[in-house]
Ligand binder design. Structure first.
Ligand code: BTN
Length: 250
């Protein structure tokens, strides 16, 4: 089999902004203007950070790493790109803190069962080809979730869990290196899926999955190679979830 050699260097071009509504929008605008693949947008503060499923993402000044990466992957790599981003984030958080991280399907990174990082992936697809993919990654560095009722019980930060004050730059460079290496693996035909799956803590549990369209409950039986979660409902039927927010169902 022949694999495409990538010339991408993620982070060769890093654009820093003291404050932005969201790094996603700037990344998208620059991508439309033809900025190189691997360009990274970083903001010290986001005033309108976006999360998955229409939620907001809190990133007040100096509390977080907020980054968006411009990529142009092949269409057949998209599902594993999501895995590559969460795997790279989980791994670099583990290297920075020395703590074991886990992934909650589809791509939340957890430390001690609480969310420390989230990912938002936005694609522009035209004529069956990926024109641009923006991978947005947010990591709570010193954020104090107790100041925000909506995340007070579910979120945490690297400083809370590790006692270490890690700066955005200390976290950014290892994250980009890790992501670059896993992105290259993807194009060399190495399975990102298997490595990602070993970190996913969602399987084998009774869960509730809420998407924009429906709520499903069941036993988290498996995750296929496209990253879709297969639930077994109480009546024995199976349902495949493409996206959603997982909570434990007791
Ligand atoms: C989620 O878990 O719901 C996804 C969170 C994604 C947050 C990041 S921070 C950098 C980028 N800019 C945004 O507005 N969102 C993503």
């Amino acid at each position: 089999m022949k694999y495409r050699r990538l010339n991408t260097i993620i982070g060769q071009n890093i654009l820093y902004y003291p404050s932005l509504p969201s790094t996603m929008d700037v990344a998208k605008r620059l991508a439309e203007k033809g900025v190189g693949e691997g360009t990274v947008i970083v903001a010290a503060e986001q005033t309108a950070g976006r999360g998955r499923l229409g939620r907001r993402w809190l990133s007040p000044l100096g509390s977080s790493l907020s980054v968006s990466i411009v990529l142009r992957p092949d269409l057949d790599k998209l599902s594993q790109l999501n895995m590559a981003a969460s795997l790279a984030t989980a791994q670099s958080i583990e290297n920075a803190t020395g703590l074991k991280s886990a992934i909650k399907w589809p791509n939340d990174v957890l430390l001690n069962g609480k969310k420390v990082s989230g990912m938002l992936i936005e694609n522009i697809i035209e004529g069956g080809k990926v024109k641009t993919t923006i991978v947005g990654i947010g990591i709570n560095l010193t954020l104090d979730p107790s100041a925000f009722p909506e995340i007070a019980t579910t979120a945490t930060s690297l400083s809370i869990e590790s006692g270490k004050k890690i700066s955005p730059w200390e976290m950014l460079h290892p994250l980009l290196r890790e992501f670059e290496s896993i992105y290259q693996d993807l194009y060399c035909g190495k399975s990102v899926y298997k490595r990602w799956l070993t970190r996913v803590e969602t399987l084998g549990k009774l869960v509730r999955v809420k998407s924009n369209y429906m709520i499903e409950e069941g036993y988290a039986e498996s995750i296929n190679t496209d990253g879709n979660l297969v639930l077994k409902r109480s009546n024995g039927s199976l349902v495949t979830m493409v996206a959603g927010e997982v909570t434990l169902h007791v």
